[in-house]
Write a protein that binds this ligand. Structure first.
Ligand SMILES: [Zn+2]
Length: 309
């Protein structure tokens, strides 16, 4: 396993394009077969994120569910046409450890095909639902490479509800899989009181006060490490419907929804964001050991000047 710390960090803004009911691992969330009956709210929220990104000239990576791309291909294309990267979040938001290797492979192969059909370009990046790589299912890396992806962004290098590799390297590296090398871009963490802490995505971003986020960003960049932010469209939508989750999950899912946008605005104002593909290509190039599986030449999404979608 090779590690890499960019000298000039490439900061990444990532969004998991899913909807308000795509909550994992609870018997109190709607079943997949009931999803088509539920109102979709992602489009309006994605539009707000696109406005924010355009305002600051930021590029982002949208990890899209195949299921969402089937329902709102125009939204996926709008993100692509606005200059952002389209990557995959799987098809039906399944946890790798729950469905097993074969079903997980089928799910992520299906998503790749749907997304590529939607934008007419190869999709090379993948993020597992729930950052679902654990010590027990490191086979996820092999499956992601087998499905034809060139980089993965599924590692949460700290404790996490659905996954988490607490002892994984916290910065980008290359994983040698049975199907060739795979660039891995973990979520950013910083050391806080002797523990790795993520302050930059999902519930962690919502819980963490802005001054602490600011401190974390400065520390990361001072150390020459990339900042990887992740967000879900529902997190900027305080009035979305609530699911009858147990108290702890309810807190994690719904705390501080009204503060997310302010924090994202601060991040976009003070950081330069590029796509995860750009960071993966940079890692690939610097390590020089992966036979340039991540194309250095950007796709249309990165080269394009933002246009109104
Ligand atoms: Zn997700």
């Amino acid at each position: 396993m090779d590690t890499f710390a960019p000298i000039d960090p490439i900061n990444v803004f990532s969004c998991e394009l899913e909807d308000w009911f795509h909550i994992l691992d609870s018997d109190r969330v709607p079943r997949t077969e009931d999803w088509p009956t539920l109102p979709l709210r992602a489009e309006r929220n994605v539009n707000r994120l696109l406005e924010l990104l355009a305002e600051h000239g930021a590029r982002a990576t949208f990890f899209c569910l195949g299921w969402m791309a089937e329902r709102m291909p125009h939204v996926v294309r709008r993100c692509w046409q606005a200059g952002h990267e389209i990557a995959s979040h799987g098809h039906a938001h399944v946890l790798a450890s729950r469905v097993g290797r074969r079903a997980f492979l089928e799910d992520i192969v299906r998503a790749k095909a749907i997304l590529e059909d939607c934008i007419g370009q190869e999709v090379i990046g993948f993020r597992s639902p729930g950052f679902g790589v654990k010590e027990e299912n490191r086979w996820v890396f092999d499956v992601v490479a087998e499905a034809g992806y060139r980089y993965d962004a599924s590692v949460f290098p700290a404790s996490h509800g659905h996954g988490g590799l607490r002892h994984a390297r916290p910065d980008p590296y290359v994983v040698r899989t049975g199907c060739g090398p795979l660039v891995e871009i973990p979520v950013s963490t910083v050391q806080v009181m002797g523990h790795r802490a993520c302050l930059f995505g999902g519930g962690y971003l919502r819980i963490t006060p802005l001054p602490l986020i600011r401190w974390g960003v400065r520390r990361l960049n001072r150390e020459g490490r990339p900042l990887v932010v992740y967000i879900h469209p529902r997190e900027i939508d305080p009035s979305h419907p609530r699911l009858p989750l147990p108290l702890k999950r309810r807190f994690k899912c719904y705390v501080n929804l009204n503060t997310t946008m302010r924090k994202l605005q601060w991040l976009c104002t003070h950081c330069t964001f590029r796509t995860m593909r750009a960071l993966a290509a940079h890692v690939d190039e610097r390590i020089g050991a992966t036979a340039t599986r991540v194309p250095a030449v950007p796709g249309r999404g990165e080269a394009a000047v933002p246009v109104a979608g």
